[in-house]
Design a protein around this ligand. Structure first.
Ligand code: B12
Length: 217
């Protein structure tokens, strides 16, 4: 079977919240040598984009989004361990979380896993994380990077609050601040003075690596 077909089957498994298919097409894709990250971004995540569209169009309810997340998370239980295998030396410390009032965490979890995989220590604060929690953790662990995820137009403004709090705590510019998530764009990162934005976990990894390599790690 062609790679595109496998990826399409994975997308459909997520859209239809078919847990069994999500698992079996993930297994099949891996057996066929499709890289785990591609199965995530080109298969599962694209399925989630369709789920979001269906919700927006009124064809899906919140319960449908919950079920689809379940199917995606099921497949991720197989895929994330591949991304987590640490291959390289220690690169630094990253504090991550989803902002206040935002409980979307699938994207953030993928970012966290991939950062661990390339050598970062990740302190994942979870979801609905206040600016104070970000700052306190960054100080406690002497973080190199703080990353905030937001998936909603009602929550992305908290990314600005975190930037202000980092400035006020005197952590910037030493601590780099990065943002991402379904609700945000590169331009927003520029507007709030964040050090970077990433569309996906691979970009996030490259961004974080660029900060530490600039420090000579
Ligand atoms: C799944 C889902 C849910 C699940 C979340 C489950 C979970 N544990 O995460 C549930 C059902 C709980 C949910 C609830 C809600 N949701 Co919802 N949800 C989605 C959906 C369909 C998919 C999101 C997702 O997980 N995508 C998959 C991942 C992999 O996304 P990704 O963007 O590819 O992730 C990459 C990048 O973003 C980046 N990245 C992510 N985080 C970070 C962080 C950093 C630092 C960096 C650098 C990069 C980075 O790397 C990731 C990995 O490659 C989206 C639709 C969409 N298009 O986003 C709606 C969506 C986000 N939800 C929406 C809404 C409205 C809600 C609810 C308000 C619904 C309701 N009435 O209750 C609630 C709000 C709950 C809350 N308080 O947060 C809206 C938001 C609209 C808006 N613009 O504000 C969306 C856009 C749907 C829509 N089209 O209307 N939701």
């Amino acid at each position: 079977m062609k790679k595109d077909e496998v990826l399409l089957n994975l997308q459909n498994a997520v859209v239809l919240a078919n847990f069994e298919d999500a698992l079996s097409w993930t297994g099949y894709g891996l057996k066929e040598g499709i890289p785990p990250f591609e199965l995530i971004t080109e298969g599962l995540s694209k399925g989630m984009i369709n789920v979001g569209k269906k919700y927006e169009d009124g064809d899906y309810y919140v319960t449908d989004m919950i079920l689809s997340s379940g199917a995606m998370n099921e497949a991720l239980t197989i895929l994330l361990p591949f991304l987590k295998k640490r291959k390289s030396k220690y690169l630094g410390k990253v504090v991550l979380g989803s902002v206040t009032d935002d409980i979307h965490d699938i994207g953030k979890n993928i970012v966290a896993t991939m950062l661990i995989g390339v050598g970062f220590d990740v302190y994942d604060l979870g979801v609905n994380v206040s600016k104070e929690e970000f700052i306190n953790k960054a100080i406690e662990v002497q973080a190199d990077i703080v990353g905030a995820s937001a998936f909603m137009s009602s929550t992305y403004l908290y990314q600005l609050d975190i930037k202000k709090a980092l400035d006020e705590a005197g952590l910037t510019p030493k601590v780099k601040y990065i943002i991402g998530g379904g609700a945000v764009y590169r331009q927003w990162a520029r507007e709030i003075g964040a050090d970077g934005f990433a569309n996906d976990a691979l970009e996030a990894v490259n961004l974080c690596k660029s900060f530490v390599s600039a420090k000579g790690v």
